[in-house]
Design a protein around this ligand. Sequence first.
Ligand SMILES: CC(=O)CC(=O)SCCNC(=O)CCNC(=O)[C@H](O)C(C)(C)COP(=O)(O)OP(=O)(O)OC[C@H]1O[C@@H](n2cnc3c(N)ncnc32)[C@H](O)[C@@H]1OP(=O)(O)O
Ligand SMILES: NC(=O)C1=CN([C@@H]2O[C@H](COP(=O)(O)OP(=O)(O)OC[C@H]3O[C@@H](n4cnc5c(N)ncnc54)[C@H](OP(=O)(O)O)[C@@H]3O)[C@@H](O)[C@H]2O)C=CC1
Length: 292
Amino acid sequence: MTTIRTVAVIGAGQMGSGIAQVVAAGGYEVKLYDIASDRVTLALGEIAASLARRAARGLSTEAEAQAALQRITTVTTLAEAAKADLVIEAASEDEAVKKGVFTELTPLLGPDALLASNTSSISITRLASVTDRPERFIGLHFMKPAPTMKLVELVRGIATSASTFEAAIAFAESLGKITTESEDFPAFIVNRILVPMMNEAVYVLYEGVGDVASIDKALKLGANHPMGPLELADFMGLDVALAIMNVLYEGLADSKYRPCPLLVKYVEAGWLGKKSGRGFYDYSGETPVPTR
Ligand SMILES: CC(=O)CC(=O)SCCNC(=O)CCNC(=O)[C@H](O)C(C)(C)COP(=O)(O)OP(=O)(O)OC[C@H]1O[C@@H](n2cnc3c(N)ncnc32)[C@H](O)[C@@H]1OP(=O)(O)O
Ligand SMILES: NC(=O)C1=CN([C@@H]2O[C@H](COP(=O)(O)OP(=O)(O)OC[C@H]3O[C@@H](n4cnc5c(N)ncnc54)[C@H](OP(=O)(O)O)[C@@H]3O)[C@@H](O)[C@H]2O)C=CC1
């Protein structure tokens, strides 16, 4: 079994930065890469702030937070990122982008390196097929926010070996996470169930059944969800939610997964949720304000 000491994270967005933080806190050396180098700098600042908040909440000591931050190195080329025992890809939810990353990365890797994707929905078998090591490739699906959420969903592609699967379980558990296993079907388990529920909430808004505040209040107080479905969609990123719906719609060829036209329009407008400052809520002020 490969001994994992150094982990590269490709993509320093919402998930890549959270994953880098969790992995560094777990005692691993981390290399963080993004296609946009300014994004990596921003991510490091976000990680430092999150580690400090968690220390202030008593979830770690100040010294542990500092040590975790010290273990993260930012890199500006895939060649530097490739010098790792495990590479976790967390780039945008777009099959062409992810395949591009793995195609470029593969010849740069050491022979024993393991590959993982944090994809929310895309076939692990198809992503693995562009590499030279589909048996050493696995879906390692962290939930947002990665430092807080307990689950890591593991997805084996058709060629993933038993030893890769075991290494992935051991790695996730070493981070204090609990794993679950899904077969390699569109959007796996969590998002197959969760994201159509959020899409339905957008239909409820689109059809005028309720406004943003009513829909979120209904699910928060009526079903004890920690966030309403529209708040959660904004938190996840509307582009990510739409990409997952499209994978379900195309992959399962069933009209019940049709993305709500209002969700499509929001993404086309660049209203991507919290990360862009506007989605179903407006985040420009102190507290989020419903937009409909
Ligand atoms: C798309 C995919 O592929 C898969 C997915 O991830 S699906 C999405 C899965 N995630 C969820 O369903 C999350 C649902 N929401 C929750 O469970 C909770 O609201 C929560 C855990 C996010 C926060 O709960 P909480 O009681 O406020 O926890 P708390 O410990 O105070 O905060 C945890 C972190 O969440 C952050 N957070 C809380 N609410 C937030 C919000 N509305 N927006 C952004 N960040 C928020 C906090 O800042 C904190 O971050 P740091 O550790 O960096 O300080
Ligand atoms: N958001 C969520 O709740 C969750 C998302 N995921 C999955 O995690 C992955 C990342 O999502 P998320 O972090 O939300 O998305 P973000 O848009 O926040 O981050 C993606 C990052 O990847 C960068 N990127 C794009 N192309 C490349 C490339 N070729 N090489 C390196 N970096 C690249 C983007 O840069 P730029 O912006 O410049 O294009 C961006 O910084 C997706 O697969 C998503 O489905 C999994 C669990 C939860």
